[in-house]
Write a protein that binds this ligand. Structure first.
Ligand SMILES: Nc1nc2c(ncn2[C@@H]2O[C@H](COP(=O)(O)OP(=O)(O)OP(=O)(O)O)[C@@H](O)[C@H]2O)c(=O)[nH]1
Ligand SMILES: [Mg+2]
Length: 408
């Protein structure tokens, strides 16, 4: 069922119009990811935060009139609200009020399908709620109406601080256990070349993953569709990992949960930073992305910027512009498959860069030893056996010392 809302975008006096517009578009996308239609947006530049309502009383009155006229279900703020501000606004407007963090947490809750993403999204929720508890506890909604508020006619669930603290402990333990089991899996992938997709939510990461690995993971024109880290084979010796998407100005509860989710992908051999080049605010998206990349410490190792959705571009000078700006970049369409051969070639080149190449002429006994080793860690290109054997192979640089010391 679709519900409706008003979006209240609050900004400082110096915020650029472009940033304001991007925030509003993003808030609309977040709401529509929860099946909420935004009926009107109210923009307010703020000099001094009003402790009672965040915005000035006059603006609250204005919103009240609009909300009554449009009969909306929710009012959603682009900034964080204190529990007091939220309570005051709800009381005064006689409506459910949410802030951006709540919206994101609700999307996480809705889209979490696997055990681990459910644990992580629940952990993010309680971590958000704990410092916001007032009095002895909180009345939870079980089906929506905002994180920590109760929707009409819903079952009441009273929780107190002790319950939440205990639950956070349990969730953290469960997530740790899961991470241990993942570590075992990723140990097994140590000898493989690991490529990972990172980037803004909705940039097309999963669509790229599907095309490259011939899979059919769920994609959607909504925010935070993928919450899990998924790894599949791309080529022999190469695996590709899809991850949860970013968004600018992520609240710390969400950043913490991202850290857990992407841990196994963050030390990949090659990172593909995916960007929707057709996004009208692509420059701001790149700024926001750079910040998240910093926060999550992803700015190490080999990186390629993958500009996706070129099929939607009307002016190709955008490609030239970003080609100049990002030396390691590639321009593709995951929808039409344009430049996918090039993308694969670039990945393979990066893979081969990490390998040493050997041609060794040897006797039967040493051939056996070399074969044993290379079968474990490298790739055999060719073996010719005449008077002596000639074996040609690639091996990751970290394993080539053994070959150099013993056989060359
Ligand atoms: N026109 C066009 N649409 C694309 C392209 N790549 C992906 N899309 C569409 O963009 C939307 C988002 O794609 P996803 O692959 O789900 O994006 P994502 O980066 O995985 O998003 P999250 O999982 O939410 O972080 C879907 O509707 C895709 O069909 C492209 O190259 N061109
Ligand atoms: Mg995805």
């Amino acid at each position: 069922m679709q519900s409706s809302c008003i979006i209240v975008g609050t900004f400082t006096k110096s915020e650029s119009d472009e940033r304001i517009n991007k925030t509003i578009v993003e808030m609309k996308d977040l709401s529509s990811s929860l099946n909420m239609k935004s009926r009107e947006d109210v923009i307010q530049r703020i000099e001094k935060i009003n402790p009672a309502f965040y915005i000035g009383k006059g603006k609250v009155d204005e919103i009240k009139v609009i909300a009554e006229n449009l009969k909306v279900d929710y009012v959603i703020f682009s900034n964080s609200l204190t529990p007091l501000q939220k309570r005051n606004l709800e009381k005064y407007l006689d409506l459910s009020v949410m802030d951006r963090t709540e919206l994101i947490l609700m999307i996480f809750e809705k889209n979490a399908k696997t055990t681990i993403s459910k644990l992580e999204s629940e952990l993010a929720k309680w971590t958000y709620l704990l410092p916001r508890l007032t009095g002895k506890g909180i009345t939870m909604s079980q089906t929506g109406g905002g994180i920590g508020t109760r929707g009409p006619g819903e079952k009441k669930l009273e929780v107190d601080r002790r319950y939440i603290e205990k639950r956070i402990g349990i969730l953290k333990r469960k997530i740790k256990d899961y991470q241990k089991s993942i570590k075992v899996k990723s140990e097994r992938r140590k000898n493989l070349f690991r490529v990972a997709l990172f980037g803004y939510t909705n940039a097309g990461k999963t669509t790229i993953m599907n095309r490259l690995t011939k899979n059919n993971f769920f994609t959607d024109d909504k925010l935070f569709t993928t919450l899990d880290t998924v790894t599949r084979k791309l080529e022999r010796y190469i695996v590709l990992t899809d991850t949860v998407g970013f968004l600018g100005d992520l609240p710390h509860e969400i950043i913490e949960s991202f850290k857990l989710t992407i841990e196994e992908a963050s030390d990949s051999d090659l990172k593909l930073f995916v960007v929707d080049i057709s996004d009208q605010y692509v420059d701001l998206v790149l700024d926001d992305m750079a910040k998240v990349i910093d926060q999550l410490k992803l700015n190490n190792g080999d990186i390629i910027y993958v500009f996706n959705k070129i099929d939607l571009l009307l002016h190709f000078n955008r490609i030239d512009y970003f080609k100049d700006l990002y030396k390691n970049s590639i321009f593709i369409s995951a929808k039409t498959g344009e430049n996918f051969e090039l993308l694969k070639k670039v990945i393979l080149e990066e893979f081969y860069k990490k390998l040493d190449y050997f041609e060794i002429s040897t006797d039967d006994e040493n051939l056996k030893k070399i074969l044993n080793y290379v079968n474990r860690y490298g790739i055999i290109k060719d073996i010719k056996s005449d008077e002596r054997n000639i074996i040609k192979f690639y091996i990751p640089k970290k394993y080539s010392k053994f070959i150099k010391v013993n056989f060359s």
